[in-house]
Design a protein around this ligand. Structure first.
Ligand SMILES: Nc1ncnc2c1ncn2[C@@H]1O[C@H](COP(=O)(O)OP(=O)(O)OP(=O)(O)O)[C@@H](O)[C@H]1O
Length: 711
């Protein structure tokens, strides 16, 4: 294998036995006690949360690791190879733009059944490299090439074959552990391939393997509501990725924020699952302890964007020692590696010296790996007990023989085998459109109904508006003064419904959108189903909660109790709710941050209301701004509602004279709210509702489309 460039040739296992490690050992260099420290049997972590049964899929830390020596026929093919990866971004330096190179020609590969730990000091480029390998890099200039099963990656296939577990857990806090994994299964496993029972079994199996069965009914939780522990939440994230039976799992800092026991448990579970399922794993971990380090088959050491070492930990120790950096007795090798690869900022001299050290280490590793291949796994110190069948050049090889399932996946009954399209040509099937819509709508309905803050805000708004407006405009009567009150009431209804819908639904939409962006990265579902599911759940909520106060206020105010007028006003009011919701989703889709979106949304509603026909006489506007009236949905709804109420209304003029309008129709004329008929207002409002929904969907599609760079 050539670490300096070019595609790694097919690996021959015997070749790899000649390693830097073995050569250094045979040269008589002492290994030192740190190496023994690494290889000594690791005591099992205290997983006291629930008893481990031999059948629960969990492997204890004593399970011997896969050894490459046991591979069949020596024809092991890497799952993913990356060759000469470079990455640069444009940065501004003293008013001048220049390219900053963050990764310098990184090469490597990962095999099925192998766990690779990406280690390095902060800012080394670990996340950047991980994102490139996972097909999640956006912006910048990427060089080199990545191959999946020897082929150029097909985004649609790759993102559904590779589970990416982000550092931030993107899950709905109000769903339970089981619901979270079940919804992932429903969305990503087709009904044609899996029966409902098989999906349920798979979810149960994943929960069991990740030791989550005992918390399956607990809510995920977040900072505001208590839920499962941090370690459990991270395991749920992993479960969401695993339920679809990926070929590889990529984890960005899966241990961040966890205590050491939970962190160890996560890494050990990933290691065990990697082996039992024959998938590949790559993860970045900040300062792993020695137990976690022992879980990695190989470590990829990065510093300042340079590859400092790639191989087994023991070989890394030998390599560092051979370069004059022996690991001190009993020091955690991970800390030692990171210390040795870190820039020392204490003084300019120290900084320069540490920079030279890193460059020298990277340079000599590049040369050493060109001259002699690095071992891909430590010596088979645990014996060959662990049989791991591997996908070799597209064929499952294992105890069942070539082509057989061979235990490649953990549960044969669920047919977790390598599919025929393993060359990456055919994308996995998607769930049926209708089923996907139903599942997303179901998930949205549950999360909305369990969203306490949202429900409280909507409830409070409904009750307070009903009481305030109902009492303020109580029994208006037919005196001439009631003209002002009627006009004011319609204005207040227009104002409140638009502000209410915007503020409530923008808030919950953002959380859902963040999760969608993460799930879309894995190709979980279509944009049409996501958008329609939102409408299917938000719209009934918005409409029903607003109808409650609208109908209540209508009768409390004593507006004309004529059925056609009641329904006509209600229909116009509903049109306004639909348009407002569409614009809310449009603003929410278009603008990345909630803070900015809420300002833009408030500005939009304010503009609508200003041009709604109440504050300024609709007929007296300057031509230069009059057009804004016609793009304001509030104008049509307000005009329609005013016309509905005032048409045919008889008003009582006072006996002592003065100016009086005895006919409601004259009021409509005075306010110049007779430009359109009620029917025209309803039609224009409905067209706006449809148009804004289309715009909202298109802006969502445009903004949510991942702009990942594929090489
Ligand atoms: N888009 C970008 N524009 C400018 N600089 C960037 C960009 N992305 C990453 N960097 C810089 O590249 C370097 C590597 O970043 P990266 O996040 O990959 O490091 P890391 O090893 O994962 O660090 P940590 O362990 O602290 O998360 C950092 O110095 C970071 O500031």
């Amino acid at each position: 294998m050539n670490y300096g460039g070019g595609v790694p040739p097919a690996v021959s296992v015997p070749q790899r036995a000649d390693s830097i490690a073995s050569s250094s050992a045979s040269s008589g260099r002492p290994y030192g006690s740190t190496r023994d420290f690494i290889e000594q049997p690791v005591s099992p972590t205290d997983f006291s949360e629930q008893p481990v049964s031999p059948t629960d899929g969990y492997q204890s830390t004593k399970v011997p690791p896969r050894t490459l020596d046991s591979l069949v026929g020596g024809s092991l093919a890497p799952l993913l190879t990356w060759d000469d990866i470079t990455y640069g971004v444009k940065v501004k330096d003293k008013e001048q733009s220049r390219m900053r190179t963050l990764l310098h020609g990184i090469s490597g590969e990962v095999y099925p059944g192998e766990v690779i730990g990406l280690l390095g000091p902060s800012g080394a480029g670990k996340t950047t490299l991980l994102n490139i390998l996972a097909g999640r890099i956006e912006g910048g200039v990427v060089g080199g090439r990545v191959r999946f099963r020897g082929h150029k990656r097909v985004p649609g296939v790759f993102k559904r074959r590779v589970a990416y577990v982000e550092q931030e857990d993107m899950m709905f806090p109000m769903l339970t552990v089981e619901e979270t994994i079940m919804f992932a299964a429903k969305l990503r496993l087709t009904d044609r391939e899996y029966t409902q029972l098989q999906k349920v079994e798979r979810v149960a199996s994943v929960m069991q393997q990740l030791r989550l069965s005992h918390v399956k009914g607990s809510k995920i939780g977040d900072a505001l509501s208590r839920g499962v522990s941090g370690g459990e939440r991270k395991r749920v994230s992993i479960g969401v990725g695993l339920v679809t039976d990926p070929d590889m799992i990529v984890l960005d800092e899966p241990t961040s924020g966890l205590d050491s026991n939970s962190a160890e448990m996560v890494v050990e579970l990933v290691r065990d699952i990697t082996r039992t399922r024959g998938i590949a794993s790559i993860m970045t971990v900040h300062q792993p302890n020695s137990n976690m380090l022992a879980c990695f088959d190989r470590v990829l050491l990065l510093s300042q964007g340079h590859l400092v070492f790639f191989g087994p930990v023991a070989a890394a120790l030998d390599y560092f020692e051979s370069k004059g950096f022996p690991c001190p007795m009993r020091q955690n090798p991970a800390d030692f590696f990171i210390d040795t690869m870190s820039l020392n900022n204490r003084s300019p001299q120290d900084l320069e010296a540490s920079r030279r050290r890193i460059e020298a280490l990277a340079q000599s590793f590049s040369e050493a790996s060109k001259a002699q291949p690095v071992p891909i796994h430590p010596a088979p110190s645990y014996g060959g007990l662990y049989e791991l069948p591997l996908a070799s050049q597209g064929t499952a090889v294992g105890p069942g023989g070539p082509g057989g399932n061979g235990g490649l996946r953990m549960n044969e009954s669920l047919s977790w085998g390598v599919s025929e399209s393993d060359d990456g040509a055919a994308p996995p099937e998607r769930a049926a459109w209708l089923l996907e819509l139903r599942t997303l709508a179901q998930r949205d309905a549950i999360t909305t109904l369990r969203h306490f803050t949202f429900l409280s805000a909507v409830g409070l708004n409904t009750v307070s508006v009903f009481l305030l407006l109902g009492l303020l405009f109580y029994q208006l009567g037919n005196e001439v003064e009631s003209i002002q009150n009627r006009i004011g009431l319609f204005f207040a209804l227009t104002l409140n419904s638009t502000y209410g819908v915007m503020s409530h639904y923008l808030y919950i939409y953002y959380k859902a959108k963040d999760i969608m962006m993460s799930e879309r990265g894995s190709g979980s579902y279509r944009m049409t189903t996501f958008y329609l599911a939102k409408l299917a759940v938000y719209l009934p909520f918005a409409v029903l909660s607003s109808w409650v106060y609208f109908v209540g206020i209508y009768f409390m105010a004593g507006l004309q109790p004529v059925a056609t007028k009641v329904f006509s006003s209600l229909a116009l009011f509903t049109v306004l709710l639909v348009v407002t919701l569409a614009v809310t989703l449009m603003v929410g889709s278009f603008i990345s941050t909630y803070d900015l979106a809420s300002v833009v949304a408030a500005l939009t509603v304010t503009t609508w209301v200003i041009f709604g026909g109440h504050l300024a006489n609709a007929g007296e506007l300057l031509p230069v701004i009059k057009w804004m009236q016609y793009i304001s949905p509030a104008f049509y709804v307000y005009e329609g509602m005013v016309r509905t109420e005032f048409t045919g209304l008889e008003l009582h003029c006072k006996a002592n004279g003065g100016m009086c309008m005895a006919r409601g129709d004259d009021v409509v004329k005075l306010y110049k709210l007779d430009q359109f008929t009620v029917g025209q207002c309803a039609i224009i409002g409905t067209c706006m509702a449809v148009g804004y929904n289309i715009l909202a969907y298109l802006s969502l599609r445009w903004k949510a489309k991942p702009k990942y760079i594929w090489i």
